[in-house]
Write a protein that binds this ligand. Sequence first.
Ligand code: NAP
Length: 248
Amino acid sequence: MSTLTGKVALVTGASQGIGRAIALDLARQGATIALAARSADKLSAVAEEIITAGGTAKTYALDVASEESIKATAKQVLAELGTVHILVNNAGVTKDGLALRMKLADFDDILRTNLTGAFLLTQAVISSMMKNRWGRVINIASVVGETGAAGQANYAASKAGMIGLTKSFAREFASRGITVNAVAPGFIETAMTHVLTDDQKSGILAQIPLARYGADTDIAAAVSFLASDAAGYITGHTLDVNGGMYMG
Ligand code: NAP
């Protein structure tokens, strides 16, 4: 029997990139997957992949920047799948710019999507985990939440916030059998990083001791581990998956 058979996992930002890889991996471990993001077509394609491979998945239109959408999606997932055992707060966006010129709206928007969305969605599903007396919340942070990054004051603040949120939730929910951890990816090849110039990419590569960019499957493997019973004594931790780029 697979390690997550009988578990329901809700993954945000599951329409592509790291979220898609996480959803596929959790499905391979036997979990039923609630795939959530804004792009319905892309979500359907991921659901199709999971179902073709013998897994179970349903899609949910979700905008994590909207409290209304978060509440409606959580309600629908709980009504249709009965509970949520594993929540992966993965949806995230960037809007880079130098701090001196950064518009308030560009700061607020990134915080709202990357951090407030994770806070609200966790709040919306945590009581189902409490009832189960078992739960896993896994937040996708970033190496820049630990190091800072010029041109990414908004994004780095949101990801550093994610780490503080993780530790606070971990303390609040530990007595209910719920662990809360973060995974902090380094440079992973996805649509988010395809926009970087070759110069920027080679500059980053030079800082990675393992001398390669990460793959979405590297992050998925870390998430599946944290979701498993084998990781049951780990909480409040930030797991760096960055090729050695930053050693906290
Ligand atoms: P990506 O390919 O751009 O995917 C981002 C995902 O987030 C998409 O599925 C997108 O789906 C979803 N999303 C964005 N805004 C959303 C919203 N308002 N509501 C719901 N879903 C939303 O990026 P990625 O590289 O896979 O990144 C995934 C996570 O890893 C992010 O949190 C990112 O910050 C983090 N991360 C990435 C790297 C990297 O090097 N790639 C490094 C460190 C951390 P829709 O557009 O369909 O809504």
